[in-house]
Design a protein around this ligand. Structure first.
Ligand code: AMP
Ligand code: MG
Length: 338
């Protein structure tokens, strides 16, 4: 009898063990921050799915520039506002990244983004005079954080859009890890954040979108990392003169950045920094972006130039599968030949 019970117990525990290795996948797609987001989470319960989505909605509600009720919209209207700890943390982070990129990323470029109509979908080329008049108010260094109060210089306004999704990816990943999740793929509108590896233990394969058409430039293998791309193709309009104007502006000129780079992808552990750098490297162009990378070497990048060259950092090239159809010349930066 005892042996029978033991045998039954053994079978039961084997069955349980078997069940544990079957991973439950939950996924949710919703519209937030002006884009479709999909959270795919393994072995999370429905309460966690709700909490993750609530984190997104909460962040959007706090920082959206177009939502009149957000903390950032309020700050932009009044020039001075008390911020919640969440918003303050993001603003602080964004300012540090503006400084690190020496203003290629500049959150105070917002009055110009607005003048070009990118946030209102009334895109048009502003008068030269308008741009000249708005430029003096651009300068992240003028933003003051005094305790939990943010103060903007006269005429200045900020937009955290170039870092918010990356930062959100970090926050979501932290929430999931805290709740025991070891595998998740968070697609925040092309801004990818991964947690751990795929449920089968292999790296995530993330396709990098090609600027033209529906294809991709290739696939990068990542784990516990973010993959963020900035490209002119995300939001643009064609002017009456046939010129394409996109939403990433050069804070130095107030015009869409024409650096020769048409798509910049950054891969790394820190999602907020990847997001910030993708935007900044797009503004800087291949030469200055490469110099920036050589100085830091703590992130990986992939830059597509308008001449059809795809520049890739050496470490990333080891885990990048090029798309042969994409028609670029792949060049590894500073490859050490042995
Ligand atoms: P991203 O898609 O992350 O490259 O961010 C682009 C968005 O950030 C734009 O839609 C603008 O709202 C804003 N933006 C444009 N140019 C800059 C810039 N140089 N620095 C900071 N934010 C910018
Ligand atoms: Mg960005």
């Amino acid at each position: 009898m005892r042996r029978r019970i033991l045998l039954l117990l053994l079978i039961f525990s084997l069955l349980l063990g078997g069940c544990a290795s079957v991973r439950t996948e939950r996924s949710v797609t919703f519209f937030a921050m002006d884009t479709y987001m999909t959270l795919r989470i393994y072995d999370g319960d429905s309460a966690l799915m709700n909490d993750a989505q609530a984190l997104v909605t909460d962040m959007e509600r706090r920082v959206s520039v177009t939502d009149e009720g957000s903390e950032i919209a309020h700050l932009n209207r009044s020039g001075k506002a008390r911020l919640s700890p969440e918003t303050k943390a993001l603003l602080e982070r964004a300012l540090t990244l503006c400084k690190e990129t020496a203003g290629a990323l500049d959150i105070t470029v917002y009055p110009l983004v607005r003048a070009w109509g990118f946030t209102t979908n009334r895109q048009h080329v502003p008068e030269e005079e308008t741009i000249r008049a708005l430029l003096p108010a651009v300068g992240y260094a003028g933003v003051v954080l005094d305790g939990d109060t943010a103060i903007l210089p006269k005429g200045a306004a900020i937009d955290l859009g170039a870092v918010a999704k990356g930062y959100l990816g970090d926050r979501l990943a932290a929430l999931l890890r805290e709740r025991g999740v070891s595998s998740a793929l968070l697609d925040l509108g092309g801004n990818i954040q991964t947690v751990g590896k795929k449920p089968d233990g292999t790296p995530w394969h993330i396709a990098v979108r090609a600027p033209q058409g529906d294809g991709n430039l290739g696939v990068v293998d990542v784990e516990d990392e973010a993959v963020v791309t900035s490209g002119g193709y995300e939001r643009f309009f064609t002017g009456e003169d046939g010129t394409v104007y996109w939403h990433i502006l050069d804070p130095a000129t107030g015009y869409p950045a024409r650096s020769g780079v048409i798509s910049a992808t950054v891969v790394g552990k820190d999602g907020a920094r990847c997001d910030a750098l993708a935007t900044a490297l797009f503004v800087l162009g291949a030469e200055r972006a490469t110099a920036f990378w050589r100085q830091h070497k703590d992130f990986e990048m992939l830059l597509l130039t308008e001449d059809g060259e795809l520049l890739i950092t050496p470490q990333l090239s080891e885990r990048f599968t090029p798309n042969g159809e994409a028609g670029y010349r792949l060049q590894v930066i500073d490859r050490v030949k042995d």
